[in-house]
Design a protein around this ligand. Structure first.
Ligand SMILES: Nc1ncnc2c1ncn2[C@@H]1O[C@H](COP(=O)(O)OP(=O)(O)OP(=O)(O)O)[C@@H](O)[C@H]1O
Ligand SMILES: Nc1ccn([C@@H]2O[C@H](COP(=O)(O)O)[C@@H](O)[C@H]2O)c(=O)n1
Ligand SMILES: [Mg+2]
Length: 246
């Protein structure tokens, strides 16, 4: 069992006292885009350990922790829990696992998550798997998920979409500007999506196609959230409507 992860991104292996550098892939995308579904496949094929920030927070509620009520209220409102809480849970989960390859699903969700994780752990992701899906399809999937999640109702789903647009997409933009985003089209059937995921994990150094290739693109202030003139469609993601500003 590991003992500590610090800002050097090294974990000391308790049994052998060998320090190892952890490899992390962030799996990001909208609510219901299929992050958890694809992570399960990646674990099976590529030997990563899957850590879902949302699952860790839900487990913390169930454990009766002093933060439980606060976390539960935040999740019901689709809000982002303070970084220190989520990062502690992620750190603990990594320390309790002997693997050195982790898929971190649903984190970082905002700039505060991103910066705090980097400064506390010293970990920079190998790359970011961006699971991209239209809002209409995500809404359909969430409303038929049937896993008893308190946030899978239409009111909370709308709030989660808003938070995703306003706080999470800019994090994906940040990593895209560093050439770290690998985008997959998650609007297809699960098996087809996984074929695209496999290609990413087989050659992770290939850069994602940048979204400014079209001549008809008008770049927004944010740079990445370019749109086709008159169409209103964001070319980075499948969201129609406001994505950044123009
Ligand atoms: N490609 C797909 N086609 C159809 N349904 C899918 C696909 N991928 C996932 N689903 C289904 O959609 C629902 C949401 O998937 P999943 O839980 O993997 O999403 P998620 O991105 O982890 O969502 P959240 O952010 O809410 O945790 C599940 O019921 C899952 O079975
Ligand atoms: N970094 C995160 C991740 C999640 N949350 C909260 O949990 C909810 C569910 O997350 P899923 O990834 O399982 O969809 C999410 O809506 C947030 O309320 C968080 O605060 N920080
Ligand atoms: Mg999930």
């Amino acid at each position: 069992m590991g003992t500590a992860i610090d800002a050097s991104n090294k974990v000391q292996n308790g049994s052998s006292l060998v320090e190892k550098k952890l490899k992390v892939v962030f799996v990001l995308g909208g609510p219901g885009s299929g992050k958890g579904t694809q992570c399960a496949n990646i674990v099976e094929h590529f030997g990563y350990t899957h850590l879902s920030a949302g699952d860790l927070l839900r487990a913390e509620i169930k454990s009766g922790s002093e933060n439980g009520t606060m976390i539960q209220n935040m999740i019901k409102e689709g809000k982002i829990v303070p970084s220190e809480v989520t990062i502690k849970l992620l750190q603990r989960a990594m320390q309790e696992n002997n693997n050195d390859k982790f898929l971190i699903d649903g984190f970082p969700r905002n700039e505060e998550n991103r910066a705090a994780f980097e400064s506390v752990t010293g970990i920079e992701p190998e790359f970011v798997l961006f699971v991209d899906c239209s809002a209409e399809e995500m809404e359909r999937r969430l409303l038929s998920r049937n896993q008893g999640r308190e946030d899978d109702n239409i009111d909370t789903i709308r709030k989660r979409f808003k938070v995703y647009m306003e706080s999470s997409l800019p994090v994906i933009e940040y990593y895209n500007s560093k050439g770290k985003v690998r985008k997959i089209d998650a609007g297809k059937p699960i098996g087809e999506v996984f074929e695209a995921v496999k290609a990413v994990f087989t050659s992770p150094n290939d850069k994602v196609e940048q979204c400014n290739a079209s001549q008809k693109v008008k770049r927004s202030k944010l740079g990445l959230f370019a749109r086709k003139e008159n169409s209103g469609k964001c070319l980075l993601c499948c969201f129609w409507m406001k994505c950044g500003s123009s």
